[in-house]
Design a protein around this ligand. Structure first.
Ligand code: ATP
Ligand code: MG
Length: 208
């Protein structure tokens, strides 16, 4: 369960969030929408500990997010942004490096597990041997999504993750996160496909 309690965030004297409360149940699928600059990404950054609230608190599974708890909190979260950058090197090597970290090692995927996901999202497994930097924007986005899935975290934070994908791929990604996956999903998207899926809760931050 995720709780935003009485959150206030101010940037450069400008109030972005005030008295903001939101409770998200485990397994819930939440779509955040609202005008550009309204504070959607800030909501994810509060959970990731990249933004600290001026007032209020954010709690994940009973743990209040503080500088002391943030490292363990982050091991429960998988964030995917609009542009994915895994660094320099071959896709396979970059994935291997990520699963060499102690926290990720228990989830080290098998070659066939990786192939299955690549095929699920229409990526040729040959791409594993390409330099990450040479992939297209849509391919990078899908590698980011696949990595997030492989990490087997408890909560997915998705910030415009279908922006570079065509209609068919968008539908696949949306179906995966909103229907097939049992985990908690918080997705920000301007794409109506996310909102019209069944069983989702829409949080509208509205205008400024
Ligand atoms: N770390 C920061 N320091 C200063 N200002 C910030 C910071 N993070 C966000 N802002 C400002 O706060 C406002 C909300 O930003 P945020 O990124 O949450 O908006 P958003 O709703 O995600 O917008 P978009 O749809 O364009 O991505 C913006 O005006 C942004 O410039
Ligand atoms: Mg944003």
């Amino acid at each position: 369960m995720i709780r935003y309690e009485n959150i206030a965030v101010t940037f450069d004297g400008r109030s972005i969030l005030r008295n903001f409360d939101l409770t998200i149940r485990t397994g819930e699928k939440v779509i955040i929408r609202g005008k550009s600059g309204r504070g959607k990404t800030t909501l994810l950054n509060l959970l990731l500990g990249f933004v600290r609230p001026d007032e209020g608190q954010v709690i994940l599974d009973g743990i209040k997010i503080t500088p002391e708890t943030i490292w363990s909190v982050r091991t429960r979260l998988a964030f995917v942004g609009q542009s994915v950058d895994l660094g320099k090197g071959k896709v396979r090597e970059l994935l291997e490096q990520i699963f060499d970290y102690d926290v990720n090692r228990p989830h080290k995927p098998t070659e066939s597990g990786i192939h299955r996901l690549f095929e699920q999202f229409d990526l040729d497994p040959d791409k594993l041997d390409k330099d990450f930097g040479d992939l297209s924007g849509g391919e990078k986005q899908r590698v980011g999504i696949i990595l997030a899935i492989l990490l087997k975290r408890k909560v997915y934070l998705l910030d415009e993750v279908t922006s570079a994908l065509d209609k068919t791929l968008k539908e696949k990604v949306i179906r995966y996160f909103l229907s097939d996956c049992p985990e908690t999903v918080i997705a920000i998207s301007h794409d109506k496909g996310w909102e019209t899926a069944g069983g989702v809760r829409i949080i509208d931050l509205g205008e400024l």
